[in-house]
Each structure stands twice: as C-alpha cells, then as structure tokens.
Design a protein around this ligand. Structure first.
Ligand SMILES: Cc1cc2nc3c(=O)[nH]c(=O)nc-3n(C[C@H](O)[C@H](O)[C@H](O)COP(=O)(O)OP(=O)(O)OC[C@H]3O[C@@H](n4cnc5c(N)ncnc54)[C@H](O)[C@@H]3O)c2cc1C
Length: 339
C-alpha cells in the first residue's frame, strides 16, 4: 500500500517504544524532533515503527504527535522485548522501506535495539545525541553529542550508509504538544518467526524495587558534595516530599555511596526537565548542568557566592544549606497548612 504513496519521499522514522502497551514518552519527544528535521528536508515524511502484541491502540497517538504512517509488527512473540525477534522485525522493515533517518530513545531497550539494527543493516549509529539537525549544505542528519568527557561537542554525519541512526536520551528533547486530532495510516507487516527460532525465552518477571522516576519528575531537590554525607539527604528528602518531588544528586554523591546511581543527574546520569530544580551544595560543573539546564526554574543554594551554579539559576540563596533548607521546609509546610 505504501508503494502507492511517496515512494521517493525521504522517510524519517521514529521507533515507538512501548512496554505492556504503554508508549514510552521519549517516543513522542523524538517525534517532535523528527517533525523539525522534516521541515529542513522538503518532501520528507515522519513515520513511526511499532512492535509488540496488541499494540495497534498506540498508533492513533503517534499520528497526533506527527506520524503520517505507522509500520506495525503485531505478534505474540513480541509481547515482551527480546533482542532477536525485535531485531529481525525492525531490520526487515528497514530493508523494505529504506528510511533515510531512524531515531531511537536512549533507554535500555532503545540502546540495545538500535545497536542491533545498525549492525544488521550495516550503517552507523550516533548514540546519546543532545541535538539533531539537518546539515544545511549536505542535507543529511547532523547528530551532535558530547565527547572527551563532555568538554567538546562532536557533530557526526553518516555520509555513505542508510539509514542515518541516532539515539537520544529521554528528556533531552522537549515534549511536543499533541494535535487534538490527526489521521494516519497503519501498515501491518508480518514477523514470520516461530518461538523455536528465538534463542531466549522469558520464564518469569521478577519485579525490581520501585523505580525512581527522576526523568519525568516535576520537582527535584538535588544535593551535591556540599551536603557532606548521606545523613544530610534526609533533609533534602523532607523538602522533596513537602513539594511532591524526588531527590536528585551530583556525581560525587553517587561515587561516595551516599545515594544510588538512579538519583544522579548529568552527563553520566539522567537528563531531567522538571518545573522546579533545587540545587543544594552543587557547584555547577558542566557535566552536571547539561543534565538539568532544561528545568523551567532553578533555585540554587550554595555557601560560595561565586559558585558557577548561580550563573544559570533563576533564584539564588547564598548560605548554608543546613540553615536554608529547614526554613524552606517550614515555609512550604506552613503554606500547605494554611498557616
Ligand atoms: C566524564 C565525566 C562525567 C561526569 N558526569 C557527571 C554527572 O553526570 N553528574 C555530575 O553531577 N557530575 C559529573 N561529573 C563530575 C563533575 O565534573 C563535577 O565534579 C561534579 O558535578 C561536582 O559535584 P558537586 O557540585 O556536588 O561538588 P563540588 O564541585 O565539590 O561542589 C560542592 C559545592 O557545595 C558547596 N557547599 C559546601 N558546603 C555547603 C553548605 N553547607 N551549604 C551550601 N553549599 C555548600 C560548595 O561551595 C561547592 O560549590 C563528571 C565528570 C566527568 C569527568
């Protein structure tokens, strides 16, 4: 069916990641980026790729985020993610429909799958991009990512192989507003595999501890080396609880074992875009700020008036966090109680 349509239009693909029928929000962040790339590539079309079992219900949402068409492989073998059947299915789609650009979320699943697809179809992959653009001269994807420990940004072009592939971490790109209504086309493709073809079987799922959803938290109270020890994070947790938020941290906090890695914000941690980010006892090194500069409002608390974090903060408090935070807790709780 698609052969009747736009066979010569460059296709910009987004992998629509889902788990148990729930689309991962990074898929829509990528769809927004794909739309911006399409504006720079006249005649191109944004399309989604969806794999799973009983997942057709996700396609209408993809249209609302800008996909004109969704290629779907719906098969019981794809109920939970396994590298081999997903790799086979997506590579077949790539070979058949030859997209120009293919974007994945840099999630655990997306990183695993994107690497597999790039290997299977013999193309390049730029991982963990922070910016996607179209090179104005060559009209190809210019994928930018930090390099040399975040001290340099490298823009990588994939000149000779297709598709041009990139992964982007959740929250690095803004979430677009979905259209109230949109129509698109759903193209079903077969998987053509049997269970006996797949070397890995899922016997059962052992649920882990409840995951901290720092990526999509609206309020983050983050602490750095200035907190001084693990005990101090109880205070930050109290403020986070009072504000309905979660606790974040800079890398030295994780390296010292005061908090687990899932709390780390920054280049080698998580990228966040909360409405409010409170940075307490954090100096503002670039490896930290790349992970939180997209916050709507940054409140910095630091005893050093020259701390670099103040240059990017919307509000600054110069002082000892052990004096400032208890006062903030009192104020927040006081407001909450109507006192
Ligand atoms: C390859 C690479 C990747 C990295 N990735 C990350 C990353 O993902 N995330 C990350 O955060 N870092 C990362 N880093 C580390 C980064 O370079 C900085 O070293 C780190 O962010 C500093 O953490 P900090 O601000 O908590 O500590 P410091 O720089 O030591 O700052 C502590 C601050 O606390 C203030 N302070 C002290 N006591 C108090 C008090 N009582 N009240 C108020 N303020 C006080 C001080 O004035 C100071 O500004 C990375 C580094 C490299 C090389």
């Amino acid at each position: 069916m698609s052969e009747q349509l736009e066979t010569s239009s460059p296709r910009i693909w987004v992998f629509i990641e889902q788990e148990e029928g729930q689309p991962h929000p990074v898929s829509w962040e990528l769809m927004g980026a794909a739309g911006r790339l399409a504006e720079e590539l006249p005649g191109s079309v944004v399309e989604g790729v969806l794999l799973g079992h009983d997942v057709a219900g996700i396609a209408p949402l993809a249209y609302r985020y800008g996909a004109k068409r969704v290629y779907m492989i719906d098969d019981p073998l794809l109920e939970t993610y396994r590298n081999m059947p997903y790799g086979v299915g997506v590579s077949k789609l790539v070979t058949k429909y030859t997209p120009e650009i293919f974007l994945f979320g840099a999630t655990t699943l997306g990183r695993d799958l994107a690497g597999t697809i790039a290997t299977r179809v013999h193309t390049g992959l730029t991982a963990d991009c922070t910016e996607l653009a179209i090179d104005p001269k060559q009209k190809i994807l210019a994928a930018t990512r930090p390099t040399f420990g975040g001290n340099l940004m490298a823009t990588i072009l994939c000149r000779k192989h297709r598709p041009q592939m990139a992964t982007v971490r959740p929250r690095v790109l803004p979430m677009p507003e979905p259209l109230a209504e949109a129509e698109g086309e759903l193209l079903r493709e077969p998987l053509d595999l049997k269970e006996s073809d797949i070397p890995v079987r899922r016997l059962r799922l052992i649920p882990g501890e409840e995951q901290l959803n720092i990526e999509y938290a609206d309020v983050i109270v983050a602490g750095g080396r200035g907190v001084g020890g693990p005990g101090g994070f109880k205070l930050l947790e109290e403020l986070a609880d009072a504000l309905g938020g979660v606790v974040g941290a800079s890398r030295p906090v994780i390296d010292a074992g005061w908090l687990s890695h899932e709390h780390q914000v920054g280049q080698t941690g998580t990228t966040v875009r909360p409405k409010l980010y409170i940075a307490a006892g954090i100096s503002g090194a670039v490896q930290h700020t790349v992970g939180m500069s997209g916050a709507n409002f940054i409140l910095a608390i630091n005893s050093d008036p020259k701390a670099p974090i103040f240059q990017m903060a919307n509000a600054s408090i110069v002082g000892d966090l052990y004096k400032v935070i208890p006062e903030l807790i009192r104020q927040v709780k006081g407001t909450g109680n109507g006192q």
